[in-house]
Write a protein that binds this ligand. Structure first.
Ligand SMILES: Nc1nc2c(c(=O)[nH]1)N[C@H]1C(S)=C(S)[C@@H](COP(=O)(O)O)O[C@H]1N2
Ligand SMILES: [Mo]
Length: 228
């Protein structure tokens, strides 16, 4: 073999490895666990902060990905409110101002994603409905029957967002379109996807899907996710 052949071979081999490696710059994520979807429009850096890729989401939702059709979708606010609400997707987007925050979502399975979340303030939505003074808990109901809850004071204090975009991309169906709760500071199971109803309740003993199966109801992501 002469020198030209070696050079060609070297280029071919390094080109192959480059193309394989550059598709998975996020070294914390194993290629086999990534979704096959790609999101060329997503941003990977925001105000100097590096972001994970949307492709890093694992799919392990209780009934698989939900397909929500906005023509019959309504976001409802019910329970201990002065005026129950029912908005179309477009009404929510038009009516409320949106906010952006870089937030880390940690799943109990040991992976995490640092993404740019954009959404409406739950405080704005709740103000619209008027919170009754006996309300203590906010319960999130999703189209797959999944539920989770947070104390009302936590939602208000943390000024939590109900996200409709991640990394500047409209929330993809698998990731929770039309709305996903950005449950800042809480373990992944509090980040309800495909949210369709937000219920104000007085029941401080309420437990959602994973919480009623032994996961911590407090779910602070700096504490263990099992209470025992
Ligand atoms: N509606 C709904 N939301 C959900 C779930 C679910 O099964 N259904 N799973 C939760 C869990 S356990 C995590 S870690 C996050 C991210 O889910 P993923 O692990 O399937 O990507 O979504 C949360 N929100
Ligand atoms: Mo999770």
């Amino acid at each position: 073999m002469n020198i030209e052949k070696y050079t060609v071979l070297l280029f071919a081999v390094s080109g192959f490895f480059f193309s394989v490696c550059s598709k998975n710059p996020d070294r914390t994520i194993k290629a086999t666990e990534m979704t096959k979807d790609s999101f060329p429009a997503e941003i990977r850096e925001y105000e100097g902060v590096k972001l994970s890729s949307i492709t890093g989401f694992r799919e392990n939702s209780i009934k698989g990905p939900q397909k929500v059709d906005t023509s019959d979708y309504r976001l409802e606010v019910t329970g201990l409110v002065d005026t129950p609400l029912s908005y179309t997707y477009a009404e929510v987007i038009e009516r409320f101002k949106s906010y952006k925050r870089v937030l880390l979502m940690k799943c109990v399975e040991g992976w995490s994603l640092n993404l740019l979340w954009e959404g409406i303030r739950l405080n704005d939505l709740l103000d619209d409905a008027g919170i009754r003074e006996d309300a203590r808990i906010v319960i999130f109901h999703s189209t797959d029957g999944y539920t989770t809850s947070l104390p009302l004071f936590y939602v208000q204090d943390k000024d939590l967002l109900l996200a409709f975009k991640i990394n500047e991309v409209v929330l993809p169906p698998k990731q929770g379109f039309p709305f996903m709760l950005a449950a800042e500071g809480k373990w992944g199971y509090k980040w309800a996807r495909w949210v369709e109803r937000i219920e104000l309740s007085a029941d401080s003993t309420y437990k959602g899907f994973w919480e009623s199966r032994g996961y911590s109801n407090d779910a602070s992501d700096d504490k263990p996710f099992f209470d025992r």
